[in-house]
Design a protein around this ligand. Structure first.
Ligand SMILES: [Fe+2]
Length: 419
């Protein structure tokens, strides 16, 4: 009898241990962000924060399995930490770069200090070959992120997250690059940011100071670990490119893309070479300032004069923009025959958050909108690019596809959108 009771107690103890409740601990990793970190077939970066003095940085990663015993096969990857992080210098920022992953594979990973761990996240690497894929494009989130920006991020994830490969942000993710704003951003996106990789470009609000003396966000490169192929080390995580299953994506840091920048020729050469050496059928540029402005009283002429000829010469297909807090989509083919144009780029300006501006009086675009929080699904499949913009209630707002012919020239086919 005594032995039987002993066995029952042992079973209960072991069961309790296996399914022990893990309460949230103040030392647990927070603000976990997954980025495409290089070649998306194999390289991803994860960052997170912990309280001060927790300087051990480690992640575990393994091919995902349904059997929860997969944990035992996980490989440990050490990372780097930076102490005195944040506006109050009271936290530690951690970064781990996963490299050499298998293409087209589902991975599980978690981050921590070896004792306090995050939950396990799952993400999928890209295929090596060209194949159909989708991504979500957001304009500025920027203001009232917890209150109102959150609904766009969450609606988009609920609607499109299952089929999306990554989230692309066209700058001004936050109105001020401070702990308070980033805290709202992470509140809004939560575990989505550890699950679906992000690829953001920088907006003017990722800087402080005036236009001739800008100071870059001290947070940005601790949050996003992006492909390390900038024109020079000064511009890491701001200018970068990556190829995803048949498309070259290029991030351009709008706020430093001007004639006053001493490095502008280096930047222009980098852009020329990145486009010239593109082996893919498609190219997408994402940058914050509109090449053609959408809002009343705005016009970035100098920026446009620097950028537009290169985009046209190399036949960039799609240019994804933010900054104007309105919606515009069009080619602006005015006087196009006078220019050296390989393929007319299609420009889109969109907005995800609640800050709204008036529309411009002289519209260049075919489709326009105002006072509407939006998100976009973009799918590339062979010679076709499908584009759908949705408002935050999930209603279709704008829809078209581009058909690329054998010469690489696109034909726009509009889809019916019911108002
Ligand atoms: Fe902006």
């Amino acid at each position: 009898m005594y032995f039987k009771n002993f066995l029952i107690v042992c079973v209960l103890i072991s069961a309790f241990n296996f399914y022990a409740v893990e309460a949230q601990n103040i030392n647990d990793p927070s603000e976990i962000m997954l980025s495409i970190g290089g070649d998306p077939t194999s390289d991803y970066t994860v960052t997170w924060r912990t309280p001060q003095n927790d300087t051990k940085t480690v992640a575990q990663i393994v091919k995902a399995e349904a059997n929860p015993d997969f944990e035992k096969k996980a490989k440990e990857v050490k990372g780097t930490s930076v102490t005195n992080y944040g506006d109050s210098k009271d936290r530690v920022s951690h970064t781990v770069r996963f490299t050499g992953l298998e293409s087209n594979a589902l991975y599980s990973y978690r981050v921590g200090n070896g004792k306090n761990w995050s939950e396990w996240f799952q993400f999928k690497t890209s295929k090596k070959e060209n194949d159909r894929f989708s991504f979500i494009y957001f304009g500025d989130v920027q203001n009232d992120i917890k209150s109102l920006g959150s609904r766009t991020l969450r609606q988009a994830f609920q609607h499109l997250g299952k089929d999306a490969s990554f989230m692309l942000f066209a700058g001004d993710l936050v109105s001020r690059s401070t702990d308070d704003y980033w805290s709202e951003f992470f509140y809004a996106g939560g575990w989505m940011f550890g699950t679906l990789p992000s690829v953001p470009t920088t907006g003017n609000h990722e800087y402080t100071g005036s236009s001739n003396k800008r100071v870059f966000s001290s947070h940005w490169s601790h949050i996003f670990g992006l492909p390390q192929n900038a024109p020079s080390s000064e511009y890491l995580n701001r200018f970068y490119w990556f190829d995803y299953q048949g498309v070259r994506f290029i991030s351009l840091d709008s706020p430093v893309f001007n004639k006053e920048n001493k490095d502008i020729q280096v930047i222009l050469n980098w852009l020329e070479n990145t486009l010239k050496n593109n082996p893919n059928k498609w190219s997408v540029v994402f940058t914050h300032y509109p090449v053609y402005s959408c809002s009343a009283g705005r016009n970035s002429e100098e920026y446009r004069n620097l950028l537009r000829p290169i985009l046209e010469k190399h036949g960039v297909d799609l240019v994804l923009l933010g900054h104007d807090h309105t919606y515009c989509r069009g080619f602006n083919e005015t006087n196009i025959n006078e220019r050296n144009v390989k393929n007319t780029p299609l420009y889109v300006v969109s907005v995800a958050g609640p800050k709204m501006y008036l529309l411009g009086l002289k519209p260049w675009s075919d489709v326009r909108g105002k006072d509407t929080q939006l998100y976009q699904n973009i799918t590339v499949d062979g010679n076709t690019l499908y584009y759908d913009s949705y408002d935050v209630t999930g209603k279709l707002f704008d829809s078209f596809r581009l058909e690329k012919n054998i010469k690489g020239v696109n034909k726009l086919i509009e889809n019916t959108v019911e108002n």
